[in-house]
Design a protein around this ligand. Sequence first.
Ligand code: DSN
Length: 419
Amino acid sequence: MDRELNNLIEQEATRQRDGLEMIPSENYVSRDVLAALGSILTNKYSEGYPGKRYYGGCEFVDGIENLARERAQALFGVTHANVQPYSGSPANLAVCFALLQPGETLMGMQLASGGHMTHGLAVNFSGIYYHSVQYTARADGYLDLDEMRALAKAHRPKLIIVGGTAYPRVYEWAKYKEIADEVGAYLMADISHIAGLVVGGVHPSPVGIADVITTTTHKTLRGPRGAMILCDGEPSNFLKAPPEQSRQYLPTMIDRAIIPGLQGGPHNHQTAAIAVALHEAAQPEFKTYAAQIVANAQALAIALMERGYTLVTGGTDNHLMVVDLTNKGITGKQAEKALDAAGITVNKNTVPRDPRKPFDPSGIRLGTPALTSRGMKEAEMTQIAEWIDDTLSHRDDADRLEAIKREIADFTRGFPLPA
Ligand code: DSN
């Protein structure tokens, strides 16, 4: 009925189909995830948790939320999962709300080093309501554990956050936990980017090491937009404040931070779609998918380096890479625009110690989860590196970019979308 809106959705569908989606935090969901997300569950209010709601008529949404929680607990191997956070930033806000009083100290990874806004950026809630200390990556792009330890000892944070959006290497959870223990801090692992790699067995899990884990559900995990908070401890009773703030009571502290602390009604359609995605991620073929994401990223990284591109840390262990374009004489913003014109979607990104600003930084960030969901493999990554190089080398030649875009649209026909 709404032609104006429908046209825009159709155009976006064509863009997603005909182009190469290389933003590492994006993916294509299955038809089943899409169906659950687009279901009538959006009509229902259900503040509270299963069995303890403030509204009637929750018997079926209770079943749905229980299914999502149980699947998350089984898949990750934790005793408690909160599946209600609206997305990743609210999930991280909830953990801060649960563990810290305003003005207390948290320590997180600097955005330019690959962290996230909610890990203590000065203009984010996490940097405004808390005393934020930021650790960085070394000049080679790897996390600087010596600096992390020295900062922790100097500032004694109550919470240390590890995880990020543009870190191409393995997170060494036990080492961060050692630092957290040395200063008596909680350790939070934000595995939003790598959750699918963790459950696919191609990245070490923080379960059993970190005190709290947050993750979005729409990146490598290939679910709907949403998030979860995972932890261990005594069963939650969100109606009663725990006698003290301690690890033992983390499930209750987290649940109370979500509601009544921060959120109202859960998005039941989103919860159902998360349950579907968790079921899909528990299938044996998801392990193959996760391994292929990493194999593709490594093939793409090698092909780009062979063409003279500088990668932060000199490569990747996961699903993403950050290309420092300084030696090519292009900014990240120029590269993003040229690649867009050629049908390749990436995002401009800062590099560690970037002299430029985030809105016009020195690099771009590339990832393989969405391409891998279309069935692309290593050979296709080499072809894509060639298109990226061609585009960036001829970025002012509109005809050339248009020709590449047509070639890419032809090529993508061989790799249909999951939904
Ligand atoms: N926006 C996400 C990303 O692209 O990594 C992080 O929140």
